[in-house]
Ligand binder design. Structure first.
Ligand SMILES: Nc1ncnc2c1ncn2[C@@H]1O[C@H](COP(=O)(O)OP(=O)(O)OP(=O)(O)O)[C@@H](O)[C@H]1O
Ligand SMILES: [Mg+2]
Length: 254
């Protein structure tokens, strides 16, 4: 596979789960032969109840944990075989963004950009990316200590954008965002998609998922139980399908 991704113009597979299986040390089978592909300029939303395996999937792509069998690949690189190379291709925003509370927003961006090997960004670049993610200018030089969860989330997303990786992984990115910030966040994802990014997000927000994702997958007990393209589903379909699979989940657990 070549390294070149011409933003938005080709259909390279960027993220791929291939029979990805994870059994934790205590015996819990969190993922059971999960397979899916995400191309460049594509957003994939993973839905599923608590414990369905969404965070486990993301952690396997990041090689925070090792698969029991199967592979997670980014641009053809097997994440547990070449973790450092794979990490270069991935930007990640976790649900609880871990940043330096005593640094300002700009200082956090500068620190993490340099840590990621990006040494040429200017103050203007930082300012522009913070404005792009919707962090008001008055906050740029304030310490993160006083920030709300949503404001910290925006800084995390700004850092992910600065990394300029072909793939972005987001674990419940809209949790903690107010409705306006949630709406703006969806516009931002749309923007990143048109730049050619490949985006995998886990979410509990089925309506936002349908609004923005090209493909929606529903997970249940470590398996992908439904996958559909956005044009195949209405909001009502998706809600009913979700409830149906969740009902199945409850019966199985009873
Ligand atoms: N470190 C761990 N050790 C053992 N079991 C774990 C570990 N992490 C997760 N699990 C189990 O694996 C399963 C999948 O968990 P995971 O966190 O991937 O779900 P999730 O879909 O992200 O859920 P949520 O919507 O609550 O974030 C659950 O049964 C969970 O209890
Ligand atoms: Mg999770």
């Amino acid at each position: 596979m070549t390294e070149s991704i011409n933003a938005g113009t080709n259909n390279t597979i960027v993220l791929e789960a291939d029979k990805l299986t994870k059994r934790y040390e205590d015996g819990v089978l969190a993922l059971d032969e999960l397979s899916f592909t995400i191309k460049s300029s594509e957003i994939y939303a993973m839905l599923g109840a608590n414990g369905a395996g969404k965070t486990t999937t993301i952690n396997l792509f990041l090689n925070f944990i090792e698969p029991t069998s199967g592979e997670a690949r980014v641009m053809g690189i097997v994440t547990h075989k070449e973790p450092l190379l794979a990490k270069e291709k991935l930007a990640f925003v976790s649900e609880n963004v871990m940043l330096y509370q005593n640094f300002t927003a700009i200082q956090n961006l500068d620190y993490f950009a340099k840590l990621g090997g990006k040494k040429n960004y200017t103050r203007d670049d930082y300012r522009n990316v913070l404005l792009r993610v919707g962090l008001q200018e008055e906050a740029h030089n304030k310490r993160l200590k006083g920030f709300s969860k949503g404001m910290r989330q925006k800084c995390g997303i700004a850092i992910a954008i600065l990394k300029d990786a072909p793939a972005i992984l987001l674990d419940e990115p809209t949790s903690g965002l107010d409705p306006k910030a949630g709406y703006e966040f969806i516009q931002l994802l749309d923007n990143l998609r048109s730049e050619g990014k490949s985006i995998l997000m886990s979410t509990h927000d089925i309506f936002r998922a349908r609004e923005i994702a090209d493909t929606v997958g529903i997970m249940n007990q470590g398996k992908l139980v439904m996958q559909a393209g956005r044009d195949e589903l209405t909001d009502k379909d998706l809600e009913q399908l979700y409830m149906k699979y969740m009902a199945g989940h409850m019966e199985a657990a009873a």
